[in-house]
Design a protein around this ligand. Structure first.
Ligand SMILES: [Ca+2]
Ligand SMILES: [Ca+2]
Ligand SMILES: [Ca+2]
Length: 236
């Protein structure tokens, strides 16, 4: 095919191929390692960056009061799940998912009997219901999230529960109807426990912007016009 393109058409073809390659490029899997110490409040949460599906976060719980809060974009709420493994062996973890505004959705202490690793399952009725920004906390056991001024149990977002600790918890505690403001402190001990947080349904590159699609469609439209003109020329 010998299409003679004017400069505008060349730009259109180039932009179309570029945006097409962006859209169909294979999804990357991203493993994020905690940078320094992730904060524990909405304003200091750590936001992993990169391009593609966020597969793992590797981090450290350095003290008994070190909560690591991550700001995540959940692109697929139905497949979202999170699971902690204590890679250094001794961390008794808990997990809580908050929405963008800091209201708690669900939490867990032990994913299954016989383990102290926490997990949030996919497809739970209390899990995320829409794509968007959320906050996920990796918590050393005994450091409950609170809402309001003060750290007393009347500010706890989650109820006190008894064994087994495998249940999925919801924010039905006295402070559960309000957003996260802090974590009730415990005796501060250095523990330096490393963890791996496995994730699904989370992206670190936002989906293509609407302008990307608009650019692609505009470029394809121009190519279509050019091909039609060429055919008209041949058919004359
Ligand atoms: Ca940390
Ligand atoms: Ca932290
Ligand atoms: Ca646990």
């Amino acid at each position: 095919m010998d299409l003679k393109l004017n400069p505008a058409q060349k730009v259109a073809v180039f932009m179309s191929l570029l945006t097409l390659s962006l859209l169909i490029s294979p999804a990357h899997a991203v493993d994020w390692t905690e940078v320094g110490d992730a904060g524990q409040l909405l304003g200091t949460a750590q936001e992993p960056t990169g391009d593609g599906r966020l597969r793992n976060i590797y981090g450290t719980i350095s003290t008994t009061n070190d909560v690591d809060l991550y700001k995540l974009y959940i692109s697929n709420p139905t497949t979202f799940s999170a699971a902690v493994n204590s890679t250094s062996g001794d961390l008794d973890s808990a997990l809580v998912l908050f929405n963008e505004g800091g209201y708690a959705l669900y939490g867990n202490d032990d994913a299954m009997l016989g383990t102290r690793d926490a997990g949030l399952p996919a497809g739970n009725v209390h899990g995320p219901q829409a794509p968007g920004w959320y906050h996920l906390a990796v918590i050393p056991l005994g450091t409950p999230p609170v809402s309001g001024i003060g750290f007393t149990p009347d500010h706890y977002m989650f109820p006190n529960v008894s064994a087994p600790y495998t249940q999925i918890l919801t924010a039905t505690g006295p402070g559960g109807a309000s957003p996260l403001t802090g974590w009730a402190p415990v005796d501060n001990l250095a523990i330096n426990e490393e963890y791996r947080l496995r994730l699904s349904g989370v992206e670190v590159s936002p989906v293509p912007e609407p302008e990307t699609y608009a650019m692609l469609l505009a470029g394809l439209g121009l190519i279509g016009t050019m091909v039609r003109r060429r055919k008209d020329f041949i058919n004359q």
